[in-house]
Every structure is written in C-alpha cells, then in structure tokens.
Design a protein around this ligand. Structure first.
Ligand SMILES: Nc1ncnc2c1ncn2[C@@H]1O[C@H](COP(=O)(O)OP(=O)(O)OP(=O)(O)O)[C@@H](O)[C@H]1O
Ligand SMILES: [Mg+2]
Length: 416
C-alpha cells in the first residue's frame, strides 16, 4: 500500500534519509501549516518501526489522546491499512506492523509520571511545541534501547521556546531538523494555498506560513488596531442564523462582561452584536439581574440558546442559572471551555485577516479592547498582557462565546 503513494520533493528527500540510514536520534519536521509534515512523518514512522525489533515497545503521543487520534492514528490507519495498524484509546495501545505502540497524551506537567520507568524503542510526537518540557525530557530518557529514535513534527513558536533553545539550537544534541514550507506541499491546489496564506498576518504569517521562530510584539490584533472602522458596522446584519453569549465574572479591579455573537449563514462570518460591561462592585443579586436582563434582551431579538460563562466561578454560574430559570429564560448556561488563549487570539486574527469579523458600533468596550490588547513585553512566554491596565474581560467574554465554533468557522473558510 505504501508503494501507491506519491511524495512531494521535500518528502522524498526525507524518505531518502531513512533509506540511506541518515536519520538521527532525534528527527524534527518543522515549519508551515499544511506543508505535509504530519502526513510524511507517519509514513516515515511506519516504515522505520517496521524495520525495528518486534520485542520493543514504541510510543506515539500528542497533546491529548483525542488530537492524537484525529491527527495521527486515523490518518496512519488510512495510510498503512487496518491490517497493519490497529489501536484502542481505552487501552492506550496499538499494533503497527506487529510492534506494540503505546499511546499517550502530554497535556500537563504531571503527564511525565505516566511514562516514567518505561523502556522504549522509539517515539513519535505530533505538535511537539505544545508538550510540557518535563514530559519531553522524560520521553527522551526512556529512549534507552540501542538505535532508538524520535520522530516529531511541529509548527514554530517563540524563539525562546524550550524546544528551540534546549534542543534545536544546541550543537551537542543529535538532532536533524527539516523545514517544510506550505509551497513544498505540491499536493494542494494553488488557490487553496493562496487562501490559507491570506488567513495569516504579521507574526502569525512569519510563523505559520514562512516557518520562522519569531516572537509576537506590540498589539495583539494589528489589523483591527490599524483600521478599526473597517470592522465596525452600525446595524446588525439580517442573515444571522443564531447567537451565542459568552461571559466573564469580575472582581479585584476586573469587570463583569457579557458579549453576544451572531453567526452568519454558512458560518461565513461572525458579528459581535451587543455587550454588557460593569466594573464597579455589585452584589451577586444585582449580577444575576443584570446577566438575566442582558440574556433576555438578546433572546428577544435573536435565536439564542447557549451561554458560556467563566467556569472559575461555579457559585456565580449557579446563581445566574437559577435566576434565569425563575424568569423562564430558555437558555442553557454552560461552563466556558477556556482553551488556549493564544489559540483564541490566533483565531480572531484569522477572521479579521479574512474580513470575517465585524462588531456593532454600540459595543464600545469590546472595540477598545481589540484595539488596545498587547503582548506582554520582555517575557519568554508569549502572553497577552493581563495586568489590569487593559480590558481583557470583554475579550474573554467574546472568546468564550465562540470557543465551541472555532474549528467550524475555520473549516467553513477552507470549504468556501
Ligand atoms: N504526498 C501527499 N499525498 C497526498 N496528500 C498529502 C501528501 N502530503 C500531504 N498531503 C495532504 O496535505 C494536507 C496537509 O498535510 P499535513 O497535515 O501533513 O500538514 P502539516 O504540515 O502537518 O500541517 P499542520 O502544521 O497544519 O499540522 C493533508 O490533507 C495531507 O493529507
Ligand atoms: Mg500536522
């Protein structure tokens, strides 16, 4: 089955290194999005494992088992066939060409304990910059069998990232790094590549298209900050399918916020339709009344069934839930997912770059927040500044409202 596949030139070069025995102990495929890294890394991994002893254990990992399944295990099964690769997430084990493959998620600092004490013949990691460093250090110490190798993929991150500083840039690490660029992926249609390139601007273009390890500096939403008028509309559009609400609870000099987001037909764009912002100290009862008034107001104007509130405040969430129920407001109040903040920033930048984000002019606090948010200066970790000087609360509420639909919105762009 591997014989039927066609490689891009870059991918052929990599497979050539395997054939001529030129792989290193650590092998990292890094670079742009959609450049064919994961696809070829799976073939390389399968081809390499199939030549290795059957009595060793091997490991495949990603940030979570779910992402491992979606990005690697399913595609690997498609590539080599179900006769050569089977897996089970519940037992966290697979079989690849008769070799035992352990499956693991590297989602937090404690995950290193899960692999302590293992002896591994090889390891595969997808999206390596997302791993906690202690997990990776532990994984390398487990590759103790003679000839053991690591095959990994990643997009670039900040130049101060542990993977760059401690491994890629270190001369004494036995590591091969190969850069893949989106233009190298000749299997993708040219207009698709052109549309992906348009989704990224500024630091994200440098990183995800040009494959450079660069730090984000200055404003978080440069296109919005440069020309806010382009994204502000006076009246809500007519073709809104439905609305979701996100909310953040204040305290300690931060504000209580709610943002209502409308989704346009076919998920072609989103609009912030209305906002609530209150910074002064209020009683829980007042908060419940305010939140219910806002939610009710939104439900009167649009179809809205789901509200996502800051999950750190369970008592307040319960209070709002009960108050909404008493008033007969028919919405489900969920805990906000609160995924990666940088992921959400990238998401809004992509929508802004593609002209798919608009905001109604009455949402003054959110408009100002998008204009003024900046990256924390002089730090090794890339982080939006959150020291009370900038209104992060409206951005949190905005982001909570859309977290569930982020991949749907990105996929909609891809399909159009
Ligand atoms: N040689 C090939 N033949 C057919 N399809 C390919 C080939 N190489 C890559 N692809 C396809 O191109 C797309 C992008 O490849 P892949 O997912 O490997 O990119 P990536 O570099 O890992 O991207 P990201 O950084 O976004 O994870 C996928 O749909 C993949 O199936
Ligand atoms: Mg990939």
């Amino acid at each position: 089955m591997l014989n039927k596949l066609t490689f891009t030139q870059k991918q052929s070069e990599l497979m050539g290194l395997l054939k001529s025995g030129k792989l290193h102990r650590l092998n990292l495929l890094e670079g742009s999005v959609r450049s064919g890294k994961t696809w070829i890394s799976l073939i390389l991994w399968a081809a390499w494992v199939s030549q290795r002893p059957t009595d060793h254990a091997y490991m495949m990992c990603a940030k979570t088992l779910q992402t491992l399944k979606r990005n690697c295990l399913m595609p690997l099964q498609d590539l080599v066939g179900i006769n050569h690769f089977t897996f089970s997430l519940s037992t966290k084990e697979g079989k690849l060409f008769g070799r035992k493959i352990l499956l693991e998620g590297a989602n937090d600092e404690r995950s290193e304990n899960k692999i302590r004490g293992l002896t591994l013949g090889g390891a595969y990691c997808d999206e390596l910059t997302l791993f906690p460093q202690p997990f990776f250090a532990m994984l390398l110490s487990r590759l103790s069998v003679s000839g053991a190798k690591l095959i990994a993929t990643t997009n670039p991150d900040v130049p101060t990232h542990w993977l760059k500083k401690e491994y890629i840039d270190k001369k004494d690490v036995d590591m091969l790094t190969i850069k893949f660029l989106i233009d190298d992926n000749t299997t993708l249609p040219k207009d698709y590549i052109a549309s992906i390139k348009k989704e990224y601007t500024g630091v994200f273009y440098e990183r995800f298209i040009r494959g450079c390890w660069v730090a984000a500096q200055g404003v978080c939403y440069p296109q919005f900050a440069d020309d806010p008028a382009r994204y502000i509309i006076d009246t809500p559009p007519d073709d809104i399918m439905f609305v979701t609400i996100g909310g953040d609870f204040g305290g300690n000099n931060s504000a209580h916020t709610l943002n209502a987001t409308g989704y346009l037909r076919g998920f072609k764009s989103i609009v912030t339709l209305d906002e609530y912002y209150r910074k002064e100290t209020i009683t829980p009862q007042q908060l419940e009344t305010d939140f219910c008034n806002f939610i009710e107001g939104v439900c009167r104007r649009w179809k809205c069934t789901d509200v996502y509130l800051d999950s750190a405040e369970q008592l307040l969430i319960k209070g709002v839930r009960l108050a909404a129920q008493k008033r007969g407001i028919k919405v489900i109040i969920h805990n906000a997912r609160k995924g990666s903040i940088n992921g959400r920033i990238l998401f809004y930048n992509r929508l802004i770059a593609a002209d798919r984000y608009k905001i109604v002019s009455c949402c003054k606090h959110t408009i100002e927040a998008f204009q003024t948010a900046i990256w924390t200066p002089d730090t090794t970790v890339e982080k939006r500044l959150d020291d009370g000087s900038i209104n992060i609360d409206s951005l949190d509420a905005q982001e909570y409202s859309t977290e569930k639909y982020m991949s749907r919105l990105i996929d909609a762009e891809r399909r159009s």
